[in-house]
Design a binder for this molecule. Structure first.
Ligand SMILES: [Zn+2]
Length: 105
């Protein structure tokens, strides 16, 4: 199931491309049909911030409460986990919007 390009209305953006299209401040992904850029909507960026904040809290908790080896493992899990969760959610949820930045063309 591909996502609809906000420029031409065709279903051209794959979930993988959308997962890495980034937030409205990013360069986004290029539509193979019309060649214009689009990014994930602002709600996606807010979701990223929330998940990253939780991961940061988890990192601090691990740092304060666990012994060295466990701390490293739990920090890695929270950082990788936050990355995987945010990109997976971007792949299947939230809308694509036209990219704001024009300095990549
Ligand atoms: Zn398009």
């Amino acid at each position: 199931m591909k996502h609809t390009c906000p420029h031409c209305g065709e279903k051209t953006i794959s979930p993988i491309k959308k997962a890495f299209a980034g937030n409205p401040k990013a360069k986004g992904t290029v539509c193979p049909n019309c060649g214009k850029r689009s990014t994930n909507e602002l709600k996606s960026a807010i979701f990223h911030n929330i998940i990253n904040a939780i991961a940061l809290v988890f990192c601090v908790y691990a740092y304060v409460n666990l012994i060295a080896m466990e701390t490293a493992i739990y920090m890695a899990i929270s950082i990788v986990g936050a990355f995987v969760i945010t990109h997976l959610v971007d792949a299947f949820f939230f809308k694509l919007v036209p990219a704001i930045r024009l300095d990549f063309d």
